[in-house]
Design a protein around this ligand. Structure first.
Ligand code: G6P
Length: 609
């Protein structure tokens, strides 16, 4: 949801660092991009509609010779994608980039216009530049002017601000939108997330909401919005640079699909004690006592993470015996959820920055619940705001469509189920069984990769359809939802995920020879029921692709196309069945000629509500 970068240093070329940062943050938004540097005492601004490459083309070969600058890649909220709406925005000598939403911008804009300000964009962000300029004009210092503006705006924002007359200073502020400060030698790089920083330094400072940092090339000062000094500890990033590169794959999505055996392995590393049938989750040790007393779990999440939560619900209820509900985070906060001290509210989030999930966790905290996180991005906002949690350690996920984060989340949910179950009624034998099967999964996922070409062919065969169903039952119902969202995101084919038993209650009316169904039908406890759904579709001339296991003879026989996955415990099957669906969506998108890493209208990290 918009990516911002700021740079100040003594020796390096700001232009290159900013553009490189934008490329790495492009997954956050890509409808327009812009950059502004101060060279001498002059600001040079470039903006372009489209991706960062369009901005680069506009700058051309010019060396802007600057040591300070700001840059932005946009995901439009207020105002359509256009050059005038692209950031950086300015008013007089104030230039800034913004990620978030200024909720009261309309009133502020009106008041500023009445004072004679002239606006050049439709954005909410430009208002902030005018507010700072207004304060600066009444002889407030640069810092004080920023503080004055902050006192007037409401909403979510991360801002990086420059003043043309003070080229030795960069100011960044944060309130409900992510911002990380990379600390180098005689340089600082400010960015929406660490992927834009990791090539320069692994030393970072995390700003909290309500904090502002004033940077010079070799010094920094953090305060609250009223100017009161804040002390911050530096952190060291645990990502390495190669993890943020494509490494020969055509797309990040494909690379991340193929990284899943590692992601699953890394999620369980050091956390499995087979002998005792136990899961060790160090991140929960501080709240272990509290966890023992909880009698209900509510999982809050969005998108793909929500689907992981649904699988978690089935696991936790079946094996740990704890009543569990899963809610869209965006719904949770606006109704009246019944939660108390004995409820654990778990946020599942790859980015740890999703605004709806964060708001849901705040609501849960206010109601006295224990809040936990299953988060991939270390040091992210939700990771810091929950009482305790478990990190995925899946490494950076760059492709907008989530893949390895999902299987990694399922791995953590399995460990959490064993952890909770063993505190309650789960036997050591059952704990051992689940963990032994879990450990075998990375290898089984690799086995699925041997069918890549076969799945690609199926993807091509169905890539021109207009609509399709994804069906599954019990543990594979959430996978049907996930398969459908994946193909929608990447190939723009309309797809609906359904519980296969629900087919007969309406959706089946749509079936004809042009409306195919992908049915997840491994030989499990609901296999025969799913077979009936397949038969009903076939009887209406609907084409069927089944994702199944090699012992499912009947399903294999009646389907038009078959993808076989290895066998495992029923509860772990989603970690296998989802993989061919990811590959299928990927190749359908590629066949239709789309940029699968950056699907239209989407953003990786949705930091607005
Ligand atoms: C966006 C992404 C999805 C993701 C969802 C939740 O919509 O496009 O891929 O699943 O946000 O993100 P989170 O970071 O909270 O898991």
């Amino acid at each position: 949801m918009c990516g911002i970068v700021g740079y100040i240093g003594k020796n390096k070329n700001a232009q290159q660092i900013l553009l490189d940062g934008l490329h790495r943050l492009e997954y956050r938004g890509y409808d327009s991009a812009g950059l502004c540097v101060i060279s001498g005492k002059k600001c040079k601004t470039f903006r372009a509609v489209g991706k960062v490459s369009a901005l680069e083309a506009k700058i051309g070969e010019k060396d802007l010779a600057a040591k300070i600058g700001i840059a932005h890649t946009r995901w439009a909220t207020h105002g359509k994608p256009s050059v005038v709406n692209a950031h950086p925005h300015n008013c007089g000598k104030i230039h800034l980039v913004h990620n978030g939403i200024i909720e009261n911008y309309a009133q502020l804009k009106e008041a500023l216009i009445a004072k004679g300000h002239i606006f050049s964009s439709e954005t909410d962000s430009e208002v902030v530049a005018h507010l700072i300029d207004e304060a600066n004009g009444s002889s407030r210092s640069f810092e004080e002017s920023v503080q004055d503006a902050l006192a007037q705006i409401r909403g979510a924002y991360a801002l990086v601000v420059m003043h043309e007359d003070e080229p030795e200073k960069l100011i960044a502020v944060r309130n409900s939108s992510p911002l990380v400060i990379g600390v180098g030698r005689d340089e600082f790089i400010v960015a929406s997330d660490a992927s834009a920083i990791i090539t320069h330094t692994d030393r970072v400072l995390y700003l909290d909401d309500g904090e502002m940092i004033v940077l010079t090339a070799d010094d920094h000062r953090i305060t609250n919005f009223q100017g009161k000094l804040r002390n911050k500890k530096e952190h060291v990033l645990d990502w390495n640079e190669s993890e943020a590169q494509k490494e020969g794959y055509a797309h990040f999505m494909l690379k991340e699909i193929f990284e899943q055996p590692h992601a699953v392995e890394d999620a369980m590393r050091g956390r499995v004690i087979i002998k005792e049938g136990l899961a060790r989750l160090g991140g929960l040790s501080a709240v272990e006592k509290k966890i023992r007393s909880i009698n209900r779990i509510v999982i809050v999440s969005c998108g793909t993470s929500y689907h992981a939560g649904l699988v978690g619900e089935y696991m936790l209820e079946e094996y740990a015996g704890i009543p569990t509900e899963v809610e869209y985070a965006s719904e949770f906060r606006y109704r009246k959820p019944l939660i108390d001290k004995r409820t654990a509210v778990i946020a599942i989030s790859q980015s740890g920055e999703t605004a709806d999930t964060r708001a849901a966790i705040r609501e849960a905290k206010n109601k006295g619940a224990l809040t936990l996180g299953i988060i991939n991005a270390v040091g992210s906002t939700i990771a810091r705001e929950t009482d305790a949690g478990v990190y995925n350690h899946a490494g950076p996920e760059i492709s907008v469509a989530s893949t390895k984060a999902f299987t990694s989340q399922l791995t953590i949910l399995t460990l959490f189920t064993v952890y909770m179950g063993r505190q309650r009624d789960m036997s050591m034998t059952m704990g051992r069984r689940i963990l032994t099967e879990l450990r075998a999964l990375p290898h089984k996922i690799e086995e699925i990769f041997t069918q890549e070409k076969h799945i690609k062919k199926i993807a091509k065969k169905y890539s021109s359809v207009q609509s399709m169903f994804y069906l599954g039952r019990k543990y594979n119902y959430p996978i049907a939802l996930e398969g459908a969202i994946k193909i929608k995101e990447i190939s723009y084919i309309h797809a609906e995920g359904y519980a296969s038993g629900e087919m007969k209650h309406g959706p089946i009316a749509l079936i004809d020879k042009n409306f195919p169904s992908i049915v997840i039908a491994p030989c499990d406890s609901v296999y025969e029921k799913t077979l009936s759904a397949i038969a009903e579709i076939r009887a209406r001339s609907g084409k069927v692709v089944v994702i199944t296991t090699s012992d499912a003879t009947e399903a294999i026989k009646i389907a038009d196309d078959v993808i076989i996955v290895p066998k495992t415990l029923e509860m772990l099957m989603p970690l296998l069945t989802v993989v061919p669906l990811q590959i299928l969506a990927y190749y359908a998108g590629v066949t239709r000629g789309y940029d699968v890493d950056k699907p239209r209208n989407l953003a990786k990290s949705v930091t607005v509500e």
